[in-house]
Structure formats: structure tokens, C-alpha cells
Write a protein that binds this ligand. Structure first.
Ligand code: NDP
Length: 246
């Protein structure tokens, strides 16, 4: 339970949902954790309190992932607060469902900025700080491999970009003994995709396990990738999707 003691992690978009679960799970394994959030200062403060109650250090940093300057600043602030960085988790993401016929340029740009550009910039800012044994884990979507809902084309396209990014960066950072992996959640019960939402029954019907995942299910995959046991695993994709892609 203590394999991450002494490790320092930054989780983007962790005031709620999957990110909050990842931040707490990393702390459960012993890591000190900085989180970013966009607008939910109160929710971020709650996550910090929960982590501190586990006896770990925690810091919340307001940083809009759509803003390149804020992304760089958040990494620098996390390093300053934690005294270094060993694990970066690119979790922040947004979904704006629309058909290609209707989607607006600002919707496309918003998803590209947060879902694609921000993981690149966060990694770029983090890489100089990461030592041998460092970890980068990004959160994609299992819907990339089985499109779930036609209005999701652009969202899934942004998440598909993380597959190539993960493989490319794994090659780039392998010689420094830094691993890079991708976790692809399926339907997971959060504000983004509530288990009692309009299309929830339909989503359940697509999965052999027939149920929504919880943030903790995704977090378990992330903490595995972050652990010493996963030191020889890089450039891989792990679906946490209730079997959606079987
Ligand atoms: P939620 O919408 O429930 O939570 C999103 C989190 O990201 C919040 O903490 C939010 O902060 C933060 N965030 C959103 N936009 C920004 C931004 N511009 N800058 C900084 N932080 C931001 O999402 P989930 O927890 O469901 O999703 C987490 C990740 O998992 C996303 O990448 C999503 O695409 C992916 N995913 C989710 C699935 C699901 O079924 N839930 C399925 C597949 C993938 P704040 O509270 O301040 O707004």
C-alpha cells in the first residue's frame, strides 16, 4: 500500500470525478499530490482536505488547461510545492457533443485545446523535472475504439490523438527510463457522464459487465502504471471499460 511513498504527482482536472479519484488513490499509495482545476475551487479544496487527512501533502492549483501559460505555470507551481515531480497524470478533459454538420469552430478549438494541446504542454513542462523512474499517464477514452454516439466524432478524435502521443512520447522518453501510458475509461459515473443520465441505460447495454465504472476503477489502472511494478510497461493502452471494446 505504500509503494508511492516519496513520489510527487500532479493530476490535472482533479477537483471532481475521475481526476479526484486518481489523486486520492495516488495518495493512498503514499504519494504527495498537486491537483489542478478550472473553476471548482471549493471542490478542489475538499480533495486537498481528503488527501491531507491521509497524511500526505496536497495542493490545489487553479489553471485552465485551455490556456498554455496556465498549463506551464501549474507544472512549475506543483514542482515548487511538492519539491519535485515524479508522476504526471493528464486527466483534464471536456466533451462537447455535436454532429459534424452543426459543430462550431469554438467547440472544436475548445476540445483541441484542453484534450490535445494541454497534455502536450504539460508533458513538455514536466519532462525537465522527471528523473529515471518517472511516469506520464494520460486519460483517453474507450470510445475511441468503439464510437459511442454519433455526435462524439470530434471528442473521440481528440482522445484518439492521445494514442499516438503516448506511443511517440514513450519512444522519446524510454532512453531516460520514463514510462508513458494511456488509460481509456468507458462509461464512468461522474458529472460528465452520470450513471442516471439520459443515455445511461443504453451505455450499460453496450458493456458485457452491464454497469458504469467508478472513478476508483480508472484510478486503479493509473496507480498501477505509476507503481514500481509497472517499470517495464510503456507505450501501452489499458481500457477500463466494462468490456465495451470486446
Ligand atoms: P468531469 O467533467 O466529471 O470532471 C472534469 C474535471 O476536469 C473537473 O475536475 C474539472 O475542473 C476539470 N476540468 C475541466 N475542464 C478543465 C480545464 N479547462 N482546465 C482545468 N481543469 C478542467 O469529467 P470526468 O471525471 O468524467 O472525466 C475525466 C477524464 O476522463 C476526461 O479526460 C474525460 O474525457 C475522460 N473520460 C470520461 C469518461 C466518463 O464516462 N466519465 C469516459 C471516457 C473518458 P472544474 O471542477 O474546476 O470544472
Amino acid at each position: 500500500m505504500s509503494e508511492l511513498i516519496g513520489k510527487r504527482a500532479l493530476v490535472t482536472g482533479a477537483s471532481r470525478g475521475i481526476g479526484a479519484a486518481i489523486a486520492q488513490a495516488l495518495a493512498d499509495k503514499g504519494a504527495d499530490v498537486a491537483i489542478t482545476y478550472a473553476g471548482s475551487a471549493d471542490r478542489a479544496a475538499e480533495v486537498v482536505k481528503v488527501i491531507e487527512a491521509k497524511g500526505r501533502k496536497a495542493f490545489a492549483i487553479q489553471a485552465d488547461s485551455a490556456d498554455p501559460t496556465a498549463v506551464k505555470r501549474s507544472v512549475d507551481e506543483a514542482v515548487g510545492a511538492l519539491g519535485g515531480l515524479d508522476i504526471l497524470v493528464n486527466n483534464a478533459g471536456i466533451i462537447l457533443y455535436n454532429l459534424i454538420a452543426d459543430i462550431a469552430v469554438d467547440e472544436i478549438d475548445a476540445m483541441l485545446s484542453v484534450n490535445v494541446r494541454s497534455p502536450i504542454l504539460a508533458a513538455q513542462a514536466a519532462i525537465p523535472y522527471l528523473q529515471a523512474g518517472g511516469r506520464i499517464v494520460s486519460i483517453g477514452s474507450a470510445g475511441v475504439d468503439r464510437i459511442v454516439g454519433e455526435p462524439g466524432s470530434v471528442y473521440y478524435m481528440t482522445k484518439a490523438a492521445l494514442q499516438a502521443f503516448t506511443r511517440g512520447l514513450a519512444r522519446e522518453l524510454g532512453p531516460r527510463d520514463i514510462t508513458v501510458n494511456l488509460v481509456q475509461p468507458g462509461s464512468t459515473n461522474t458529472d460528465m457522464n452520470p450513471a442516471d443520465g439520459e443515455s445511461a441505460e443504453w451505455q450499460r447495454s453496450l458493456m458485457p459487465l452491464g454497469r458504469y465504472g467508478e472513478g476508483a476503477d480508472v484510478a486503479a489502472a493509473v496507480t498501477f502504471y505509476a507503481s514500481p511494478a509497472a517499470k517495464h510497461i510503456t507505450g501501452t493502452i489499458l481500457n477500463v471499460d466494462g468490456g465495451l471494446n470486446t
